[in-house]
Design a protein around this ligand. Structure first.
Ligand code: ADP
Ligand code: MG
Length: 244
């Protein structure tokens, strides 16, 4: 069988005395879509931030496309090019146009010629239905539009996998759908995705597996159907009642 694109093996992490990730084992195949959910403070953000080297971990191993994720600068650079990340707070560069937000990484980090980077950026902006806004600045766009730009910006680096950390939880309700729709379209392209989200409809529509975290550990893994309809642990049952 093909090696997993992402592998976390026995990962443990502490914030000082606080054991934030406990014996995390997770393998993600290329093209697979994982939804990560669980109560606030259960370690979801920490886990996905470890995958692209935004956080260090003390024990275990994480590999992306066979490359071990550690805190060595060259390594981090390589990993970040392979792993796109979308945050809750869009994190666009406020002083750059939408187009320049997309081309900065490819031009600076991948040495793509400007014309080619701009052509690709426009394709991606069309794909997230925002091509006509290319010359605006982030603060001229709605939250939902900014988040779609953030997705396009991550895709501009041609990543192997996209990580999403509660991408819709800072949005006004009427903008949630436009972002989820873009994520569903992205799933349709075969992109490998790990999404921290409590959007059950999204999970049911695209997830191959749901990973439920509690107290820094993976407490359950299942298909969306089995997880949401027949959770095995009391923690998961309680959690599902709250998000429904
Ligand atoms: P989640 O994303 O599931 O809400 P997080 O991964 O953000 O959880 O946080 C897990 C736990 O680690 C929480 O108890 C949080 O307070 C703690 N934590 C997160 N970041 C830090 C940090 N930089 N220093 C100390 N504790 C942290
Ligand atoms: Mg979080």
């Amino acid at each position: 069988m093909e090696n997993p694109l992402i592998q976390l093996a026995n990962v443990n992490k502490w914030y000082n005395q606080f054991h934030v990730l406990r014996d995390i084992d997770l393998e993600v195949r290329r093209g697979e879509r994982i939804v990560v959910c669980g109560p606030s403070g259960s370690g979801k953000s920490t886990m996905i931030r470890c995958i692209n080297g935004l956080e260090a971990y003390e024990q275990g191993t994480i590999t992306v496309a066979g490359e071990r994720v550690d805190q060595d600068d060259d390594n981090i650079e390589k990993i970040r090019q392979r792993v796109g990340m979308v945050f809750q707070s869009f994190n666009l560069f406020p002083h750059l146009s939408i187009l320049d937000n997309l081309t900065l990484g490819p031009i600076k980090l991948k040495r793509v010629p400007r014309a080619a980077a701009e052509a690709r950026a426009m394709e991606l902006l069309e794909r997230v239905h925002i091509g006509h806004q290319a010359l605006k600045f982030p603060n001229q766009l709605s939250g939902g539009q900014q988040q779609r730009v953030a997705i396009a910006r991550a895709l501009a680096m041609e990543p192997d996998v996209m990580l999403f950390d509660e991408p819709t939880s800072a949005l006004d309700p009427e903008m949630v759908k436009e972002v989820l729709d873009v994520m569903i379209e992205l799933a349709g392209t075969g992109m490998t995705m790990i999404c921290v989200t409590h959007e059950m409809g999204f999970a049911r529509a695209v997830a191959d597996r749901v990973v439920f975290m509690a107290d820094g550990a993976i407490a359950e893994v299942g298909t969306p159907d089995s997880f949401f309809s027949a959770p095995r642990t009391e923690r998961a049952r309680q959690f599902i009642q709250q998000v429904i």
